[in-house]
Design a protein around this ligand. Sequence first.
Ligand SMILES: [Zn+2]
Ligand SMILES: [Zn+2]
Length: 139
Amino acid sequence: MTVEHRTLSGSCLCGSVTYEVADTFEYAMNCHCSQCRRATGSAFKPLAGTKASRLTLTSGDVELLRYGNVEEGHDARCRACGSLLYSLVRDGNYVHVAMGTLVDEPSIRPNMHIFVGSKAPWFHITDGLPQFDGLPDHG
Ligand SMILES: [Zn+2]
Ligand SMILES: [Zn+2]
């Protein structure tokens, strides 16, 4: 039996860089670490993780600014508008899509808060999702 997966599209603010990603994210979470806060300028970053091979740039390859190591891990931004689109992580095997750049609605929802130990003191988490000081325990 063939399982068909939807393909989601995503875009930076100015529209120069667009991507497609399969709607097969393995996890999604809100990260409150100081790096994610600074990278996004937000209280936290909602991210969705999937194998790097599931994401394809559909336009704007030349506009892509890779902050960090090109092969092993970086934040991918649009050079023109600065949007953070995704991060290459886990030795280059996974991408963490910045969920705010998704144009289409993914099936997955962030289901936990991580690095709450370094949360911005001015932000209060008001939902009931589990909170972890750092990464969740892998059981
Ligand atoms: Zn852009
Ligand atoms: Zn983070």
